[in-house]
Ligand binder design. Structure first.
Ligand code: GFB
Length: 308
């Protein structure tokens, strides 16, 4: 990518897209194509085709998606599969038609089988049944990976797929029903602290293991791969370490300086027991994360306090 290459970031107001935008601005890139969902409905093929024909982006970061935590994925099952397959199909196909130089598609670690051996390497894709709560989202993301590979094979398009682990960072969703665990717990502990509530409820058993990556690290890895990786298949993006939800809750409790108790709501689902990514492919390519979890949570909490 040249500094003045025309770069379309689909989903630039979301946590991932905004992190990629910030990262590229910091590196001196200056020619961005950005559209809000009100300006361009990515589920509408005609609108997407017109946009690509008119604007002719050179590079595309496909970070637009319908995302959410475990309850959101499980509740809005139709919306997750419909919106994600539409958005990515429209953008990938329009990128082929208008001869985009390179496209980077962002997936998710939930594409791997529910009971995959840990840590999960890229070759475990499609080797077993998926976790039920996020199956529609995972199927959409798997379709995206396979589309990128098919367009590469049939038409020679340079489309690559990257699979981030669970993410957190600026512009996250803090809606208690629909958000992911990390922002939800930050908000719950913060509100319990300022309102002197004696206990915070954590969903499930606390025993599932999760890996967390700061969105700024994801942006750095994505831009690194946009420059360096030109092959089929997928590349995992994570830290290579995980912790239990109970340990995460304790860490957030400490960062927030909340003095009360933690209780577990066993009526809520645990989801996949563990999903730790094998990041050796990414490390071998030359990239490693820089933001450790406690530091990242502290930074996010400091911003959250200022905004709430
Ligand atoms: O982050 P999360 O919603 O998504 O939940 P997944 C992770 C774990 O934290 C689950 C527990 O075991 C939850 O039961 N948890 C505890 C909570 N307290 C809370 C809470 O207050 N809110 C939430 N949300 N969880 C999603 C997938 O799976 O991860 C998506 O559904 C996507 O498709 C995303 O892959 C990254 O890690 O279970």
């Amino acid at each position: 990518m040249e500094k003045n290459s025309k770069i379309y970031i689909a989903g630039h107001r979301g946590m991932v897209g905004s992190a990629i935008h910030r990262y590229l601005i910091g590196k001196g890139f200056n020619n961005f194509l950005l559209r809000t969902s009100a300006e361009l409905d990515l589920r509408n093929q005609l609108a997407v085709n017109n946009f690509f024909e008119t604007e002719k982006p050179e590079y595309v970061f496909l970070a637009a998606a319908k995302v959410g935590g475990i309850i959101s994925n499980n509740t809005y099952r139709a919306d997750f599969i419909y919106e994600n397959t539409m958005i990515q199909s429209n953008i990938i196909h329009a990128s082929y038609v208008t001869k985009v130089n390179k496209l980077l598609f962002l997936g998710s670690s939930c594409i791997y089988p529910k009971l995959a051996p840990q840590p999960m390497s890229e070759d475990l894709l499609l080797t077993g049944p998926l976790e039920y709560t996020n199956e529609p989202y995972a199927i959409a993301k798997i379709a995206g990976i396979k589309m990128c590979d098919a367009y590469r094979e049939q038409y020679g398009c340079n489309f690559i797929s990257v699979m981030p682990t669970n993410l957190y960072g600026p512009n996250d969703n803090y809606d208690l029903q629909n958000a992911h665990v990390l922002p939800s717990l930050l908000r719950k502990f913060h509100e319990a602290k300022i309102n002197n509530i004696p206990a915070v409820t954590v969903w499930g058993t606390g025993s599932p293991l999760r890996e967390f990556l700061h969105a700024d690290d994801l942006a750095s890895a994505s831009c690194f791969l946009m420059e360096k990786y030109d092959a089929a298949g997928l590349v995992n993006i994570g830290t290579g370490t995980d912790l239990t939800i109970a340990a995460l809750a304790s860490m957030i409790k400490e960062v927030v300086e909340y003095e009360g108790a933690i209780v577990y709501d066993h009526t809520k689902p645990d989801g996949t027991p563990r999903k730790l990514l094998d990041v050796s492919k990414l490390h071998d390519l030359g990239w490693k994360h820089t933001i450790e979890l406690r530091d990242g949570i502290t930074a996010v909490y400091n911003s959250y306090k200022l905004e709430n």
